[in-house]
Design a protein around this ligand. Structure first.
Ligand code: SF4
Ligand code: SF4
Length: 351
């Protein structure tokens, strides 16, 4: 982990620190680093492109970000992940690197749970005819051991990691491997940057009509305590390296419909879903099932659709792992008659 497990004050006393390098030859002065740093390390003199509404790729030279509070930096690399020019690099002190090296890893997932996950994955794929792997999502709580999985070289958005896992990748991502400040702070890996918390950035990027609407959107979405989560782990369900919290299924509406019916198979309950088109994978697919213990669906959001290969005809469902046995059992029953009959269009009248 390239960030301290102590408070800023303790970290400084132990020599855990970070140096922020800004390559002035590459920097265009867009201001994204300043806007997205969760602890306001950068200072800005005058207006950046983001603040005055100019296009981010404007060729006119702008003022540069000034590293004003390097002592507050905790090495999350949000600024580096957001910089469109790759102009920022973060250098960890020897003490920070040493803290990373001593982080304990958890033992592999026990064979019984591994076998159960593989059985669930097989049932979902067979009965629904899924093209992609169901994804195991784990939110590793602060201080808990991490699974023994190498860190990815690239920085990814949480939604990108989910889409990669459905194709077979296993990804362990602490804050400094996450590229989206929304997802990183919503999932409790970092504090939320002030301009995101206030809704200001959604207005600057023309995502909502007014600051009032932006504030409401931020207020109504759940969010974990800052730094309560050390890393996210995503993996194909049958190959999960650690216990899952939520299982994500990325599938066609008809397949998601059968999962809804499987959830109700033994109870007859209808479902209340919570979707908005904002923060689809972090909030709708992951955090709501994680917090409420109920399934939730998502139609995706502008972020995940713009930054991943997810097709237009796919949607998502998040299933709390505690519900999986019941859903798999219900789906198995539906797969005996109801699903094949429906797919055979038995009620289709002759034309
Ligand atoms: S995000 Fe990158 S390009 Fe934009 S101001 Fe910061 S360093 Fe410069
Ligand atoms: S690494 Fe994180 S805390 Fe440090 S300057 Fe960049 S965004 Fe801010």
């Amino acid at each position: 982990m390239q960030y301290p497990e102590t408070s800023e004050g303790e970290a400084q006393a132990q020599g855990v620190s970070y140096t922020i390098h800004v390559n002035e030859a590459l920097c265009t002065g867009c201001g994204l680093c300043e806007a997205f740093c969760p602890v306001e390390v950068f200072a800005w003199e005058g207006l950046s492109n983001v603040q005055d509404g100019s296009p981010l790729d404007a060729s006119a030279p702008r003022r540069r970000p000034h590293v004003a509070r390097a002592q507050d930096c905790w090495g999350c690399e949000t600024c580096a992940g957001q910089c469109p020019e790759n102009a920022i690099s973060i250098e960890a002190s020897a003490a920070a690197l040493a803290a990373q090296a001593v982080r304990p890893t958890s033992p592999p997932l026990d064979p019984g749970t591994q076998g159960l996950y593989a059985q669930w994955a097989h049932c979902l794929k067979e009965v629904l005819g899924l093209r992609w792997e169901p994804v195991a999502i784990s939110l590793v709580k602060a201080g808990d051991p991490l699974p023994d999985v190498p860190l990815p070289k690239e920085r990814l958005r949480f939604c990108q990691s989910l889409m990669a896992a459905r194709r077979g990748r296993t990804l362990l991502m602490p804050a400094n491997r996450h590229a989206c400040p929304d997802g990183t702070s919503i999932l409790g890996l970092t504090p939320m940057p002030k301009k995101l918390a206030s809704g200001e950035l959604y207005i600057l990027f023309h995502k909502l009509d007014s600051l009032e609407a932006a504030k409401r959107m931020v207020h109504e979405r759940p969010c974990l305590e800052p730094r309560s989560i050390d890393a996210t782990v995503v993996a194909p369900l049958g190959k999960a390296p650690c216990a899952a919290d939520v299982v994500a299924v990325i599938a066609q509406p008809e397949q998601i419909m059968w999962l809804c019916m499987a959830t109700s198979y033994y109870t007859g309950h209808r479902h209340d879903f919570h979707a908005s088109g904002y923060n689809a994978q972090c909030v709708e697919t992951t955090l709501l099932p994680y917090l409420n213990g109920e399934i939730n669906i998502s139609f995706g959001c502008y972020g995940c659709r713009a930054s991943s290969d997810v097709c237009d005809d796919l949607m998502m469902m998040g299933i709390p792992v505690a519900k999986m046995s019941e859903i798999v059992a219900g789906l198995t029953e539906l797969g005996r008659k109801a699903i094949p009959q429906s797919r055979a269009k038995i009620y289709l009248p002759p034309f």
